[in-house]
Design a protein around this ligand. Sequence first.
Ligand SMILES: [Zn+2]
Length: 347
Amino acid sequence: MKMWQLIVVSIFCLSLSSCFEKVVEPEDVFGAIRRGETYSPASEMIDSWYAVEAIDAQTFAINEPKSSQYNTSYLIVGNERAVMFDAGSSERPAGSKSMRQVADLYTDKPITLILSHFHYDHIYDASRFEGGVTLIDRPEIRAGVKNGLYTISALESVDAEAPPLNVAGFIADGDVIVLGNRTLDVLNLPGHTTESIVLIDRARNQTFTGDFVYKHLGGIIAFAPASDFSQYKTNSNRLLHSTNADTQFYGAHGIPRFGRDWVSLLSSELEKIVSGKPEYRYVAHYLIPGMPVRLQQNEDMYIYTTPLVDPPLFWSKWALLVVAAFGTLALYLLYCAARLFFVAVRR
Ligand SMILES: [Zn+2]
């Protein structure tokens, strides 16, 4: 390669790298908790993989502190039935207990499996629940059920296609699940994904939010084609209206328990994004190698998005980079043409 070509390439690469900040280090992802540590003294390792916190005598946070995303699933027990909310991260070592086996340690009631959403890190042991999975009632999901089976596609899981799941039934937005002495209100809150489910136990003032909102793990992510900011904003308000100042929220990643202030902050930051007044930073990849992200940050609240989400389809900075690439190419062609011209003139 000639010296001038090296200089052009170097300048281009430098301008590219200056578009990113490296804020996505492990400490940004985990905050005060370290991977492998439990988040509170009330959470105890029950074996080498799972840590369980009894939130109360019938509510269990089943955490995977060694998983790369610090996942938490919830077992919500009534005196007649129980709900398992999520089925594990897919990172448990071979030979370790399945989420189903862990649930059996805490209840002998029949278990209804509900997935907070279909991303790969929440569904791993779903096929171990022989009673099947109860799905959110949405037309596209009903249409996907074939012979009583639903297969979570690679696009839905953001990973490989999952094994087919027995469909036990459907729950719709607004339904109330009765577990005997305990009930759960069902909300379908699109935003992170269209099928995202939030469960509310009004009597105990507990709200299980899945990935719709969680605390830490670096922040909230809306990164897949099924993420939608305007719905996210609308539904964060709906979640605020469906809960109150004393509600305890339980998310599926990072520090499981958080308060209403965190949901309010999510809502106000989403408002900035939706109203076109965000203060974006451009950062090196988060979770997906090579996938650049745009970050809206306010103190501990980080909201990451990729070019797959959020109109305009092309972020202004990416549009500039495309222009830079074509500009560099155009300059090179101009140089070649000029060289040919001067060689011809000299002759
Ligand atoms: Zn997710």
